[in-house]
Design a protein around this ligand. Structure first.
Ligand SMILES: Cc1cc2nc3c(=O)[nH]c(=O)nc-3n(C[C@H](O)[C@H](O)[C@H](O)COP(=O)(O)O)c2cc1C
Length: 145
């Protein structure tokens, strides 16, 4: 499922967090599996992201394939990793905590990989990030990129 953001929680050990509505199918799968992957997709995947946000995994047999995304198993964890992602993090779930109507899911990063567009920093000529400007206005990117 697309998330509006993720945040870095710790450098040593490396940990990140995302916030999910507990009713989402992805959240249930993460709690069951005790692991998740974070896949950072760029502008080329805007259509797939819109599809992932529009249909629940509970309603389709294979949500990633339904969105025409290819994926494979993680290098270290048994998590789906989307092919062509600009960066991927394989995480084991360390903590979950309810805040309001969402669950904060904190994962320890077990494996990380970035595309060639990252060499210590992002080369924005090759990596064109998506910016969330509000769902009704869709997903967009920086002008000229
Ligand atoms: C740009 C964008 C960001 C989103 N961010 C979040 C988020 O941070 N947390 C969340 O629970 N849902 C978020 N959603 C909504 C879920 O992605 C959406 O409800 C999805 O269909 C849930 O799928 P699932 O039931 O298969 O898990 C976001 C949707 C969009 C379009």
């Amino acid at each position: 499922m697309p998330v509006v953001s993720y945040t870095s929680v710790s450098d040593v050990p490396p940990m990140v967090a995302v916030s999910s509505a507990p009713s989402h199918y992805t959240c249930k799968l993460v709690l069951e599996a005790g692991s998740f992957s974070l896949c950072i997709l760029d502008r080329d995947h805007a259509g797939a992201i819109a599809r992932l946000a529009s249909v629940s995994g509970a309603k389709v047999e294979d949500k990633l394939r339904d969105a025409r995304l290819k994926y494979s198993k993680g290098e270290v964890l048994k998590v789906p990793v989307i092919q062509g992602a600009a960066a991927t993090l394989e995480c084991s779930l360390k903590e979950k905590r309810r805040f309001g109507d969402h669950l904060l899911l904190v994962g320890q990063v077990r494996a990380a990989r970035a595309a060639d567009a990252f060499d210590g920093f992002w080369d924005f000529a090759r990596y064109r990030p998506l910016l969330y400007t509000g769902w009704r206005e869709g997903l967009t990117t920086l002008p000229g990129s």
